[in-house]
Design a protein around this ligand. Sequence first.
Ligand code: ADP
Ligand code: MG
Ligand code: MG
Length: 252
Amino acid sequence: INNLYKTFNPGTINEKTVLNGLNLELRPSDFVSIIGGNGAGKSTMLNMIAGVHFADEGVITLDDVDITRLSEFKRAKYLGRVFQDPMLGTAADMEIEENLALAYRRGKRRNFSWGITKKEKEEYVELLKTLDLGLETRLTSKVGLLSGGQRQALTLLMATLKSPKLLLLDEHTAALDPKTARKVLELTEQIIAKNSLTALMVTHNMKNAIEYGNRLIMMHEGRVIYDVSGEEKKKLEVKDLLAKFESASGGE
Ligand code: ADP
Ligand code: MG
Ligand code: MG
């Protein structure tokens, strides 16, 4: 992401510059946790990567391809997305195996059909076993019967089935109780490592931001104001991040 600018409602009393010369370069297999105050532009950054909004200025490239003007639809096959609300990622009225089929076959088949073969069932069972939530015995259960944590785990699995170039997680455990959130974060870490995915994970929880990922960035007023990885990141404590945050938003 090179020098990205975004102003909402330009020329009105609601004008708001949200991304303000944002720069971010990801290395392959980076798992980046992203923190920053409310309104720092975290979700907007993810939305701009996904093509929900277009840039006023600046360039977004993915594997050396300029995607700045590519439609949301065209980008979708390169990106996996999981949002905060567990209701968004899966279809409640459909069975677990139907949800998986939808994710699994997306873009692979010209003529989509709901006939799920025995071989596919076996594959789904193996995939679901990796979640360790017992879902492999419930292939024909309606997703609406699952808990929020189970739905987020399933969403995560579905988001990774198309081998995305980039996985975008926007506070995907914020709606879960702490124990379930931890479980889903552990799964997130495992899935990212196993598939060598590159991922951006927004979180409000500074402890989680330190614990998960190889890299951490802090955003403030539409820019990255802190970027740390490797050993230096592991040594961080919440109070260090709070201090950074205080000094960035000093006087506000
Ligand atoms: P964060 O995720 O860091 O909390 P957001 O990126 O969601 O922040 O929002 C940053 C600012 O942009 C907020 O003030 C928000 O109200 C505003 N904003 C986000 N999306 C829109 C939109 N589609 N139209 C107008 N303002 C928006
Ligand atoms: Mg917010
Ligand atoms: Mg947000």
